[in-house]
Design a protein around this ligand. Sequence first.
Ligand SMILES: NC(=O)c1ccc[n+]([C@@H]2O[C@H](COP(=O)([O-])OP(=O)(O)OC[C@H]3O[C@@H](n4cnc5c(N)ncnc54)[C@H](O)[C@@H]3O)[C@@H](O)[C@H]2O)c1
Length: 342
Amino acid sequence: MAKLRVGIIGCGRISPFHGMPAGAQESVTVRACCDLRQDRAEERAKLFGCRRTYTDYREMIRAEKLDVVHICLPHYLHPPVAIEAMQMGCHVLTEKPMAIRLEDAQAMIDCADATGRRLGVIFQNRYNAGSVLIKSALDSGRLGRVLAAKATLTWYRPPEYYAGSDWKGTWDREGGGVIIDQAIHTLDLLRWFVGDEIATIDTHIANREHPTIEVEDVADGVIGFRNGVRAAFWANNYYSHDAQVELDIACEHGSVRMLAEEGRVIFDDGREFIARPNPAESFDYGGGPSYWGASHVKQIDQFYEAIAAGESPEIDGREAFKTQQMVCAMYESGKTGRRVTF
Ligand SMILES: NC(=O)c1ccc[n+]([C@@H]2O[C@H](COP(=O)([O-])OP(=O)(O)OC[C@H]3O[C@@H](n4cnc5c(N)ncnc54)[C@H](O)[C@@H]3O)[C@@H](O)[C@H]2O)c1
């Protein structure tokens, strides 16, 4: 069978987490890289072993007759580029968040439906061994009903992190701060673990320690689920370092606990199950900070399996939309000071 022809759009920091796993697929050939900055495209092309570079993604899709593109662009570009790529015949795997505005996320889903192309959105931490253990324990029903949940993320983003970027720290291009960029992974896990529809969102946002940026560097709030569960969260970008993310869920017959990538399931009768990252599964992305985790390769494997089977990937537009809705409601609540009811 002919190999899928793949292109990488955006050759910044996250791009090796796409180009390397895509290149490791038997069914794929990474044909080309695209970035407005030719030097970045060339550097990644060398890493991924592809010969062609472009500064215009439309030209790349057309000239290389691409079947799939990976979108590794600033947030505000995810919807327009995904939609154009699907209209030009490509399946799309985009980085999180799928969009900044809910209507743009919906337009992406509509476009996937209209064109019959597959749309996947990266939330790689769902594929961590710890997340898989926790999700399966909760879904099995053995822990009984979920009673309450909480999550904490205290990381550090120095002024240079924002100063070195032309889109981070802005409402129009990043779409927010610690919620939409860093905590979105943990909030996605929280929502996915509890597994029920959201009924209300109440969030407070502020910028306390980053005077040079527009967006929030701290957020706290509560997610109210239809089943009555309340999930409390607190996230900031002004701790001393990237502390381990903590997530706890109290259940009728025990609890689950996530500390960074480690997942723990604790039953009231004393039984305890733990899952940690398996070093044997480590993948060489060619660098990148450890807080990005190691699971891009697992989600990318699943994306290509789904394409080969003619199915939607596990985290498709509709699934990612639920987290997008939650994040957008957090900003609405944070900006208006009012509880948002779904
Ligand atoms: N899943 C994760 O853990 C994780 C980690 C880091 C970043 N990300 C996400 O990855 C995405 C990219 O983040 P990053 O840190 O790599 O950003 P970055 O700023 O390092 O890279 C973005 C690149 O896009 C290029 N670009 C901008 N406009 C373009 C256009 N019109 N055509 C072609 N290239 C263009 C820029 O020149 C830049 O090289 C974001 O959505 C971010 O949230 C995800």
